[in-house]
Design a protein around this ligand. Structure first.
Ligand code: ZN
Length: 203
């Protein structure tokens, strides 16, 4: 399986990092080994002094597809989850400055936090999914799928021009404003609506 991440999919987050708003989806990959084992703490890697949380809605692909038309993209996923795209921001800034790819900053072990459970999309209004991240009990990121620059269906259609999608592939669909640094001892909790989707301890 593969993990495909969409960057700058919320205008307010693109702006907070001083980035321009993309005219087509920007994407990068995380390897399967980036997935944080369920229930494990997140260990701050020693190669970075600035690990950021980015809370994101996740879609899980449940049908193989290539060159999927946007109109039919909804047939390729049925479940929505929530996760954190952990990012070594200091390394990412170095990569960006040098025009290098971001995988070093985005694909390390533990960089993909994924909720234990997923919600059937029939239980959600896909154009109005509210989600948030709490750090130590305080809300630090609040998002809603209605603010995505590129919808789930648009993302699937666009990416499937380049990559065959397989069952079990995951999409991280971008983060809203409010990203920030994690410190040892932080407790991060993610919610879709009122439902707690994950809790992770930073060590
Ligand atoms: Zn992200």
């Amino acid at each position: 399986m593969k993990i495909i991440c969409i960057g700058r999919n919320y205008a307010n987050h693109a702006k907070e990092l001083g980035n321009t708003i993309p005219t087509e989806p920007l994407f990068f990959l995380k390897p399967e080994t980036a997935i944080q084992p369920k229930g494990h703490p997140f260990f701050i890697p020693d190669f970075s002094n600035e690990i950021h949380y980015e809370v994101e809605l996740i879609i899980k692909i449940d049908k193989i597809g290539k060159n999927i038309e946007e109109l039919f993209a909804h047939k390729y996923y049925s479940q929505i989850g929530l996760g954190i795209d952990f990012t070594a921001r200091d390394i990412q800034e170095e990569c960006k400055a040098k025009g290098l790819p971001w995988e070093k900053a985005k694909g390390f072990d533990g960089a993909a936090q994924i909720s234990r459970s997923f919600i059937n999309k029939s239980e959600l209004d896909l154009n109005d999914i509210s989600f948030l991240l709490e750090k130590n009990g305080e809300q630090v990121q609040i998002g809603n799928s209605k603010d995505m620059l590129f919808s789930f269906d648009k993302i699937i259609s666009y990416i499937s021009k380049f990559y065959t999608l397989k069952i079990g592939d995951l999409f991280f669909t971008g983060t809203p404003a409010g990203v920030g640094k994690v410190e040892k001892g932080d407790i991060l909790k993610g919610f879709i609506g009122e439902k707690e989707m994950f809790k992770v301890v930073v060590k």
